[in-house]
Design a protein around this ligand. Structure first.
Ligand SMILES: [Zn+2]
Length: 219
């Protein structure tokens, strides 16, 4: 109850402030000035992991870094709204440029999940929040029951490069026989070393999910 109260309180304070610079001039979660200073990436696959195209909307530099950090660590839950809106704009460009027809009939949205303990700590699963907002914009349904994180891994940035793959090995459990006929639209915040996405994608493929496309905010 205390948490709910605290969250409502912070929501109120932050409601009309830009997640990046904190200004309240335009009543937007991400102000026009901050939006001008982000580095858009091309609507083509930035990476390919296990045969899956990874489309990343922005370069992981200054403003996007602040946006994602405030969203993940500073209880700026509402940042899910501008994040999803930016990602959806990018998604439409990608579909157009790559002749991808991803629609509510043939696709389903899921995200790279956090471990339940991490969610408890943070108060929310940030990738799930982006996915839910993205779902509202696209009309494509979500299914968060396909994949669960079962190992509370160390954050990848705290792990040495040669240990990253080991850190996430076996971290995800797949619940197959759900939406097998659909294309999975996998959503994540950032891709850095690819170790996490590699683990998620190969786990999904092992369980018969062969049509996957991945969208991330940044890389
Ligand atoms: Zn701003």
């Amino acid at each position: 109850m205390l948490r709910a109260f605290f969250e409502q309180f912070t929501d109120l304070i932050y409601k009309q402030k830009c997640v990046v610079c904190g200004c309240s001039k335009t009543n937007e979660f991400l102000c026009k000035n901050c939006l001008k200073n982000v580095h858009n990436l091309s609507p083509f696959a930035q990476k390919i992991i296990e045969g899956v195209n990874i489309f990343c909307a922005f370069k992981y530099d200054e403003n996007i870094k602040i946006l994602i950090r405030n969203f993940k660590f500073n209880r700026r839950k509402n940042a899910a709204i501008p994040c999803a809106a930016l990602l959806y704009d990018y998604f439409k460009k990608v579909c157009k440029q790559n002749n991808l027809d991803l629609n509510p009939k043939n696709s389903i949205i899921l995200c790279v999940p956090s471990h339940p303990l991490r969610i408890l700590e943070r108060g929310y699963c940030h990738t799930e929040l982006i996915s839910k907002e993205f779902s509202k914009l696209s009309g494509i349904k979500t299914d968060f029951k396909i994949i669960k994180k079962v190992k509370n891994t160390l954050p990848q940035y705290k792990v040495r490069a040669n240990e990253k793959a080991k850190n996430v090995r076996g971290a995800f459990k797949i619940y197959p026989n759900r939406s097998q006929d659909k294309t999975l639209i996998l959503i994540d915040d950032i891709v850095t070393t690819c170790a996490t996405l590699f683990e998620v994608i190969s786990s999904l493929k092992e369980h018969g999910y062969n049509n996957i496309v991945c969208f991330t905010l940044a890389c």
